[in-house]
Design a binder for this molecule. Structure first.
Ligand code: PMP
Length: 292
């Protein structure tokens, strides 16, 4: 059975080779991407993309950062996503990966690394991916720092910036942790390899502010809204590592890992060393929200 991918307006076999070796996105990391989960609704049917509009708004902003002008808008991208899920016959939770990337130099453009004068491509693929909500994380602190916004725009989801995440994950998993916390260049808390970090101390929930060079996470925004609604004092501000060690609970939020309690940080138990009350509450709420 064919696994379909969308590539520049066509439906192609996802497993066939499609790119030339001179693709600049491959050579220089000049690509942008999103990760979108689709959940089987409680009422049944096909998996439904969760918060797809928000993801594609961020995707289009990321494209602008790399001077990629897609001919498709947000609604059309959501439509392609639905068709991909249907074509691939997904009947359980799945994950869709849109990627826009720099292809090859346009005729007459001299060889070299650049953004202008390079064509681009757009591809969407999908894979089955069960929920992993509430799975515990033992988080290590990586020596690799989060890329600084002065070097690569951190509000955009740019392929090349994930070299730092990959190095940090390798370092921390090699040391026996599940995931890596990356700090800012100033040594403050930034985010985990592919998720945002939040913590609670008593009735205060705190998380690094967007000026700390983090990705403006869609899950982060939703979860902060919910915490405010539930009466917590929510603070978005620079966060020192010491504050995490003094927290009652810490959790990670992101599309892929959904909500994950951090049970230890750099080997030290967080709170009771298991999911805290707020994390448990949020997991229950999120689990039902995604299938509503
Ligand atoms: N930070 C990074 C570096 C990420 O890759 C992700 C995953 N997209 C997040 C945070 C969480 O963002 P979101 O909730 O929008 O998935």
């Amino acid at each position: 059975m064919t696994t379909w991918a969308y590539l520049d307006g066509e439906w192609v076999d996802a497993r066939a080779p499609h790119l030339t070796l001179s693709t600049q996105g491959l050579q220089y990391g000049t690509s942008v991407f999103e990760g979108i989960r689709a959940y089987l609704p409680r009422a049944g049917g096909r998996p439904e993309p969760f918060l797809a509009e928000e993801h594609y708004q961020r995707f289009l902003r990321s494209c602008e950062a790399l001077r990629i002008d897609l001919s498709l808008g947000c609604d059309a991208l959501v439509e392609v996503t639905r068709e991909l899920i249907a074509r691939n016959g997904h009947d359980t939770d799945c994950y869709v990966r849109p990627v826009a990337f720099k292809r090859t130099l346009l005729p007459g453009v001299p060889f070299g690394v650049r953004l202008t004068g390079v064509g681009h491509g757009l591809a969407l693929t999908s894979v089955a991916m069960p929920s992993r909500l509430a799975r515990e994380t033992r988080l290590g602190i990586a020596s690799i720092r989060r890329v600084h916004d002065d070097a690569i725009p951190t509000r955009a989801k740019i392929g090349g910036a994930y070299v730092a995440s990959a190095l940090a994950v390798d370092e921390c998993t090699g040391a026996g942790y599940d995931d890596a916390l990356l700090l800012t260049a100033q040594g403050r808390v930034a985010e985990a390899s592919t998720s945002n970090i939040l913590a609670r101390r008593e009735k205060t929930v705190f998380t690094p502010s967007l000026d700390q060079g983090i990705l403006p996470g869609i899950t982060r925004r939703k979860v902060l809204e919910k915490a405010r609604e539930n009466g917590y004092d929510v603070q978005e501000r620079p966060v020192e590592v010491n504050e995490l060690f003094a927290a009652d609970e810490i959790f990670l939020v992101g599309t892929g890992l959904e909500i994950s309690p951090v049970v230890s940080l750099d080997g030290c138990p967080v709170g009771e060393g298991s999911a805290g009350i707020l994390t448990q509450d949020l997991c229950r709420w999120y689990g039902s929200l995604v299938r509503a």
